[in-house]
Design a protein around this ligand. Structure first.
Ligand code: AP5
Length: 220
């Protein structure tokens, strides 16, 4: 039987965290916990959290540590993640969030992965990203290729994300450098970090990720 895992995926916006977390979640049968997806769902439903987060997200800013930590703590308490484990995508994003996570976790992390893709390449990827408004499925369109308008998965409208505008993307990438990249040093000093090359076909990237994770699980 495949063992559960407790993972964090770090990486620049557009590095492919969401793309790979879906695959890893299927492979290891653990929930994919994406704070971005949770916030987008709250925006869509018009909850108080969503109303508060929408403007911040569209401008490329970060929701406050206090609020996002509360959201994650509640999610980690559910039986699926408390049992087999989880893959955290987009959290933690600041050292403050990482310190809070350390206090929340009841079992230790297996691995923190930095999915490494250069800034120029992520900007290219984000400009061609389209997502399904209903189920969140991810598409990549090329300048000369056909436009994707209807989701293969659910038939929903396929659109550009509201925060994938050039201004918001640059702000998000700058915030990654100042607020999130210090986590690489933070987790490296705890012996938990693996840097994985995120460039190449998504299937090859997945192979690299699974190899690194399996090596850690085998030593557990
Ligand atoms: P979030 O949803 O987490 O967005 P993000 O961090 O900006 O990350 P992305 O979704 O842009 O990138 P990704 O790495 O998942 O790339 P993807 O797989 O889509 O957060 C959104 C917002 O919510 C934040 O800006 C913030 O406001 C708020 N928020 C969330 N968490 C927060 C927190 N903890 N604290 C405070 N605020 C928070 O791939 C990108 C594209 O590349 C796709 O088109 C894909 O098809 C393509 N692609 C993927 N892999 C490859 C490959 N190997 N080769 C070629 N193309 C590829």
């Amino acid at each position: 039987m495949i063992q559960g895992v407790r993972l964090i995926l770090l990486g620049r916006q557009g590095a492919g965290k969401g793309t790979q977390c879906v695959r890893l979640s299927n492979h290891y049968v653990v929930p994919h916990i994406s704070t971005g997806d949770m916030l987008r769902a709250a925006v869509k439903e018009g909850t108080p959290l969503g109303r508060m987060a929408a403007e911040i997200m569209n401008a490329g800013g970060l929701v406050s540590d206090e609020i996002i930590v509360g959201v994650v703590e509640e999610r980690l308490d559910r039986p699926d993640s408390a049992g087999r484990g989880f893959i955290l995508d987009g959290f933690p994003r600041t050292v403050g969030q990482a310190e809070s996570l350390g206090k929340i976790l009841k079992q230790p992390l297996d691995l923190v992965i930095d999915l490494d893709v250069p800034r120029e390449l992520v900007v290219e990827r984000i400009s061609s990203r389209r997502v399904c408004r209903d189920c969140g499925s991810n598409y990549s369109v090329s300048a000369n290729g056909p436009a994707v308008r209807i989701c293969d998965n659910c038939g929903g409208d396929v659109v550009q994300r509201d925060d994938d505008t050039p201004d918001a993307v640059n702000k998000r990438l700058d915030l990654y450098d100042t607020q999130t990249s210090p986590l690489i040093k933070y987790y490296n000093s705890q012996g938990l970090l693996a840097v994985i090359n995120g460039v190449g076909h998504p299937d090859r990237v997945l192979d690299r990720l699974v190899e690194a994770i399996d090596a850690v699980v085998a030593r557990r």
